[in-house]
Design a protein around this ligand. Sequence first.
Ligand code: FAD
Length: 565
Amino acid sequence: MAFSALQREQFAQKIWEQELDLLVIGGGVTGCGIALDAASRGLKVALLEKTDFAWGTSSRSTKLVHGGLRYLKQLEVALVREVGLERAVAYHNAPHIVRPEKMLLPIVEGGSLGKTMSSIGLWVYDFLAGVQKEERRKMLSAEETIVAEPLLRTDILNGGGLYYEYRTDDARLTIEIAKTAHKFGATLLNYAPVTAFIYENGKICGAHFTDLISGQTHQCKAKKVVNAAGPWVDGVRKLDVQDPAHARPPKRLHLTKGVHVVVPRERLPLRQSAYFDVLKDGRMIFAIPRGKVTYIGTTDTNYKGSTEHPVCTKEDVDYVLAAANYMFPTVKLSPADVVSTWAGLRPLIHEEGKDPSELSRKDEIFHSSTGLISIAGGKLTGYRKMAERIVNDVCKQLGQNTACRTEKMPLGGGDFDSEAAMQKYLETRYGEVSQIGLKAEHINDLFFKYGRQTDTIIERAFELYPHEENPIRRLQMAEAWYCIHHEMSCTLNDYLIRRSGRLYFERQTLGNLFPDAAEDMSVILGWPEEKKYRELAAFKREFDEVISFKENAGEKDLKEASAKD
Ligand code: FAD
């Protein structure tokens, strides 16, 4: 059965009619990783997601598969080693969405690290992650650093370091993990919040959930339940009413908000990504060129507002732009340059008296007296190891002795042995599509999202839409078709925000495209006119929201400030 939005009812039925070994709550990277690990070990698994896969933090990160250089400063050596090693695994399994990214670390007067400490830090970073010789760090003099990045300010520059990280699309990584879990027999359903637990002799043995698309409520039976609800982990723990500690567990979450600001690439035309000091508070932020834009971030501020709707405020934008303008003084970015933004919440574990940036990024597992297993904290990059730990725990409790199989498991569309094999695939496709009026850039656009699955999109474009004369439009129609039939896209937001990443990275051209996309989806999903208008309105809200700091900045700041008090 394909991972299709048109099969939702069958998926829901499969979830309620069998007794599961494992029910996973939450369809972010953590939950999907757990579902994949467990299903590939042969467990009967279901995953319920209250909104869409990757709708939470897993579509709003810095989109780096990285070891976290700054955690070295906090002496989190084990964490840096684990996620550092995981970078190579993620790249190997999904080379189309985890791409090597050269990163420049300018060393400046008053910055976090001096020349010697940067050199040692980057060496340790490479060493812990077992980085290949050709990708190891290279230290630069001030003159060489300016050649590497002419936009840098020179008056405080002492040198630089060039090293490698990996860039990704967090939401696409999550959806490919979900699709691979589905291939191994897991049943995953989006728009299906868990609303209550079912108990037998004081132990959780299942849950109630609602299918928000059909409006039906169901219950399912499961031997084990894992709560991987990210920033909502404490909310799900509160549903565990037979656990005496449910209302106030001994360890709780500490949410911090991080925003990213997107500007046209020509307004910040960096030669490579940069990781630089914000001198006023000792933090560091990234500036990452991607396609036609460069995005900058992130912030790290305590957050007590609505978890459903964190937004990027004027204050956030000012902070990020001031930092970029200080380090790259000739660009003079202003809020008018910002074309998109996003804001995400870090589900960190609270530690008394610590500031947001000092809180550990390590994951922790909590067991309730009723058998609920909750996991919080961690990084996108470490999702596979987090999943391995949880599933080892679950298997032990189930009395099963199975080993993790995900280390060398290609994710959807990523089964390439080498960069050369990928290049060969691309070149063959460039040749084929040039005969039908398409260019290499159109193939690249699809390939670095869907990998080898690009073939299905091209085939469907010509099979299903022969009446459409414009080949680019045909591809767009087929992409929407693919995201519905193979990626469980149920709404326009699923498609335009999380499957195709267009809202954040292509917002400037999206104004013309989104009404067509709504029409394409409504034909396939059989939406009545009224539903189509609701979808358009829901997308338009998101479309406006990402730059809402420009109009009603004062009001938004006020709302968030009062929530903080
Ligand atoms: P989420 O992605 O939030 O998923 C939890 C899901 O649970 C949500 O989709 C939610 O809808 C669902 N849910 C909640 N309640 C219920 C319910 N009752 N029933 C069903 N479902 C429910 N990590 C990196 O490795 N690299 C980075 O570059 C990076 N940058 C970051 C930048 C920022 C600003 C932030 C905030 C984080 C960053 N991280 C990064 C960390 C990383 O993004 C997170 O660790 C990771 O995405 C968390 O995933 P998750 O699955 O645990 O949570």
